[in-house]
Design a protein around this ligand. Sequence first.
Ligand code: FES
Ligand SMILES: [Fe+2]
Length: 405
Amino acid sequence: MATKRDDACPGQAVPQGTAYGRPPQTSNALLTQVGPGTPMGELMRRYWQPVLASHNVTSRPREIRILGEDLIVFRDGQGKPGLLYPRCMHRGTSLFWGRVEQDGIRCCYHGWKFDVEGNCLEQPCEPNGGVNRASARQPWYPVRERYGLVWAYMGPPERMPVLPRYSCMEPLEAGETYIAYDNSMAAHADLGGPEVVPYSWLHMNDNVMDPFHVQVLHTTFSGTQFVNAFVHMPKVKFEEMEGGMFYSARRTLDDGRVLDRISTWLMPHIMSVPDTVLKEGRPNMLGISVPVDDTHCRILATFRLPHGVGPIDPELGMSEFKPWSRKTVAERQDQPGDYEAQQGQGAISLHSEEHLVTSDIGIGMQRRALTRAIETVRAGGDPPGLIFDEADAMIEIPSGNFYRG
Ligand code: FES
Ligand SMILES: [Fe+2]
């Protein structure tokens, strides 16, 4: 005879809240799917996307995946960067095997040559150079260079905005130069870490409006990964602005001064975080979490590098800690950083099982802003923050370290 459940272990309380029988969980597909035709993919395509650091765009063709699209990036002999669909329009071999010349890239198979805008310049196997050559066009995307990065516009051509300027990046101060990184160093603080991180772009985007993890993850849990001042839990105020939002994180420092640290997030994935050595004034960098595809992200960053300061040492990485690439798993457990915390969320987080609380107000605001912008694009409008007149290209960034007292 079956035993009644209540009688199975008389005197023993039934455990509550166990992992058994939990319901299936889901991800927020609206915010994490970025391929062509997806709602977030279409929103992303309305903004200029950084592709690579300028110094990594060379005469050697390179495969690049961005927003779920596979493309070829190169720099022609005149110094112009190009971003083309990889499959040659003739019979489909990859331009990865092509050769860059003065005015374009030549396909290895039958020698069709395309310039950086996809115009077909030569068809050497065809009589008279190809009677329809002038109408042939390899699919391409417009690109520009600014702040040491190559940027692309992958959206509807008739809605192309101007490439914005950012007040934290210009003008340069005396002796400064731009230095850009395209290897996701912002996640693992190391030039030897993964160039593309194996998780959704939304992980890093969430991180930007989350000043509280700086006290825990980067200071009290893992030791001081930035500065000791972050040991003080901040009082935080979030505010919306045109095309984004910012927060002020206020801390009273050990010397009695009050530090207001303002960080900005701009639609859809740009962060402007102040100097982590707490230098007064505007930030010297811009970071961008560009989706490679739904489950991978490349974090690019550009800095105003002061005169006399060298680029980040590949042997040392960004922090005083052992470089990420040389750490054992146990060492990474002892001192996790953004990479570990974000990889731990999975390739795409299970948003239905999150428990967003007071300290996640910024993340909620950010996600609602993105959702509203998706609806605007779906309805045929322009999302916030786009600029269509070169005279208005400068975006004022409120970020910075500001001291009182
Ligand atoms: S496949 Fe490229 S020229 Fe023929
Ligand atoms: Fe962080």
